[in-house]
Design a protein around this ligand. Structure first.
Ligand code: PRX
Length: 635
């Protein structure tokens, strides 16, 4: 994006869209649509929803009679898979590519048209049904980045089962807790997954987790790495064997769902305690992901869209699987990471497949920047027309590198702020919106965001405060699965009538929002959302540990890194070996992404008189900052 044109005077460093970008954009007048949606929220969303197919239309767009339990498209019948696959089979899209997959080593490539997608998803859906799974049952999906993870999600949705995808980088404890909480009947996994040339033994982790998960009746195992794995007779089934059964045919009716029926749950870390099962539904989530991807990344049939996230996070759910397929575009799924075997791997994929829109996380950009410009320069990246970022604030330096080196100053950088809970982009530009590096610009159509102080009073411009959202939106979480009370407390009770995001932010005079970071005990490590409570409970499960505290501190590449403080049980002495053992212990139990940067042994942890660890104080001390109000600190 170049600093050209000047539609209106704005403060700070502003990058205006080029005439060519404006000419190409589907939506040229951002203000007009924003104004229309502001005046008539329900009308805006009804129009968006009308672009999709429904078995039965809604009686009411929004039911807000029982806040904060909002309902969208009340009375309507649909199925997200009907719009992601079935409806395309009646059009030219039938033979267009839905999914392109490339293996980590680049030696294998698999592509699926919408027609093929329908066949693969139907086959898996029939197999899942044959395992006794029906509408409303939960299915845990714990896999690597292979096409079958996409089939599995869509197959569940097709028959009305609720999928619960657990990120393949999590380990035994995290997986077990999530299976147990969701009371899943079925687990779908792989024998293993490739990661930077090594194998992650997914099936072995499942076996370990299932020792404590009595609800699971069956396990489907997709062969990916070809390693020897234990198969428990009666419980474990190879997917390739089941594909030979007569039931595994390519025909499976798409279940008619109520718009408000659950589509999936996805666990995410909150401020306290165990991860929360965020619940999304068929109708509203479908409309929200469709509409946001359409306007924000302006996707069309010619695009090859690549979101580098893992399908196991919300970004993958909304913008590798559902959003792109509902829009009928071609979505790229790459098995590997950015720098294996060399730091040109992603640029190679862009060139090889002619990717037109590339969406990734600031941490990846910062990591790749370190390897220098020569790596991307080896590749023809001229197919790119838009770039995007998500997951954490992007520092202007990384923004500018991305703009210059990857986008060649011709691709707008779409910085999308949103959350597992929001399901869809919430604060984001579209290609025609002037950009300021580091700001996600303004709320999406129909939304109103406000920064407030501790008491809930609107904060003046350029003043840090709590980011809140004022309007309901169709892809909003409906509740925390099985815990309505926690849903209300967590998101709606601090400022009645407002959704609390858990982020701090500022708004500038142009109405642009600048995210600062989380205000709760959530740590964003390389864009991955982790809770301090989970790291702490992994630490105290080690026999040497009496008490533990975890905090996030700034890190050049990861954004934040986990630092821990440990109080040992009597009889155990601090040593570098023990510190290393504890770091490994967390990685084994939670997953390698949660491995602490360091473990400090302490004699005491700062606590309130009621015994709560004051992480804020630890954080301030570690950074040499003022400790703030410590009047509640115990003696
Ligand atoms: O702190 C914000 C940060 O990520 C949090 C949500 O994390 P998660 O549920 O894992 O979803 C991540 C992907 C949608 C937010 O509360 N965050 C997300 N996007 C941005 C961001 N911070 C700054 N800028 C963003 N674009």
């Amino acid at each position: 994006m170049a600093k050209t044109g000047k539609p209106k005077q704005m403060e700070g460093e502003v990058y205006y869209p080029s005439e060519q970008v404006i000419a190409q954009a589907r939506l040229k007048d951002w203000d007009a649509l924003a104004e229309k949606a502001e005046k008539d929220l329900e009308g805006f969303w009804a129009e968006e929803a009308s672009e999709l197919e429904w078995f039965k239309k809604w009686d009411k767009v929004l039911d807000d009679s029982n806040k904060p339990f909002y309902k969208w498209f009340v009375g309507a019948k649909t199925n997200i898979v009907h719009n992601a696959i079935d409806r395309h089979l009646k059009t030219h899209r039938k033979n267009q590519l839905a999914l392109i997959w490339e293996s980590e080593d680049g030696k294998e490539e698999r592509t699926f048209s919408y027609y093929a997608m329908n066949r693969e998803v139907s086959r898996m859906a029939n197999i899942i049904k044959a395992m006794g799974v029906s509408k409303g049952d939960r299915v845990t999906i714990y896999m690597g980045r292979v096409p079958e993870i996409v089939f599995a999600m869509l197959a569940c949705a097709k028959i009305g089962a609720i999928h619960s995808v657990v990120f393949g980088g999590f380990s035994v404890d995290s997986l077990q807790g999530r299976i147990e909480d969701s009371r899943s009947k079925l687990v779908i996994t792989c024998d293993g997954a490739y990661q930077n040339g090594k194998i992650v033994e997914l099936k072995a982790i499942v076996d370990e987790a299932l020792k404590r998960c009595p609800t699971v009746e069956n396990v489907i195992v997709v062969k990916r790495v070809g390693q020897q794995v234990g198969m428990e007779a009666g419980r474990d089934h190879w997917y390739h064997d089941m594909l030979n059964l007569p039931i595994a045919n390519g025909k499976c009716p798409t279940e008619e769902m109520d718009a408000e029926d659950p589509l999936f749950i996805l666990y995410t870390s909150g401020s306290t305690g165990k991860p929360k099962a965020i619940l999304h539904t068929h109708g509203g989530y479908m409309v929200g992901t469709y509409s946001t991807l359409k306007y924000v990344f302006d996707v069309n049939d010619m695009d090859r869209w690549w979101c580098t996230a893992d399908p196991g996070w919300i970004t993958g759910h909304s913008y590798i699987v559902y959003g792109p397929m509902i829009n009928g575009v071609t979505s790229m799924l790459f098995e590997g990471g950015p720098a294996y075997p060399y730091p040109n791997r992603w640029w190679q994929v862009i060139e090889r497949f002619g990717i037109t829109i590339f969406y990734t996380a600031p941490t990846a950009i910062r990591g790749l920047m370190r390897f220098g410009e020569s790596w991307p320069q080896k590749h023809d990246l001229s197919s790119l027309r838009l770039l995007g970022t998500v997951g954490e604030p992007i520092n202007p330096e990384a923004w500018k590198w991305y703009n210059r080196v990857i986008g060649k100053e011709k691709c707008p950088i779409i910085d999308t702020w949103w959350q597992t809970e929001t399901g869809m982009f919430m604060i984001t530009p579209t290609p025609v919106v002037p950009l300021k590096p580091g700001s996600g610009t303004r709320p999406f159509f129909g939304q109103k965001a406000e920064i407030v102080d501790e008491q809930g009073n609107p904060a003046p411009d350029d003043t840090e405060g709590y980011l809140t959202l004022l309007k309901p939106w169709p892809a909003m979480l409906r509740t925390i699965y099985g815990d309505d009370e926690r849903y209300v407390n967590q998101y709606w009770s601090k400022y009645p009538g407002r959704y609390t995001t858990g982020d701090s932010a500022k708004r500038d005079k142009d109405g642009y929002f600048w995210i600062i970071g989380r205000v709760d005990d959530v740590i964003k490590v390389s864009g991955h959302r982790l809770g301090t409570a989970e790291v702490e409970s992994a630490l105290v499960s080690h026999p040497a540990v009496a008490e533990a505290a975890a905090i996030g501190l700034p890190h050049d590449v990861k954004g934040q890194a986990i630092h821990t403080f440990v109080l040992l049980r009597t009889g155990h002495a601090p040593s570098p070996e023990l510190a290393e053992e504890l770091r490994q212990h967390v990685a084994t139990h939670m997953g390698p992404i949660a491995r602490p940067e360091d473990v400090k042994f302490v004699d005491k942890l700062p606590k309130t008189r009621s015994g709560k660890i004051m992480r804020r104080v630890l954080k301030a001390r570690a950074q040499g900052l003022p400790e703030g109000d410590i009047s509640t600190l115990e003696e």
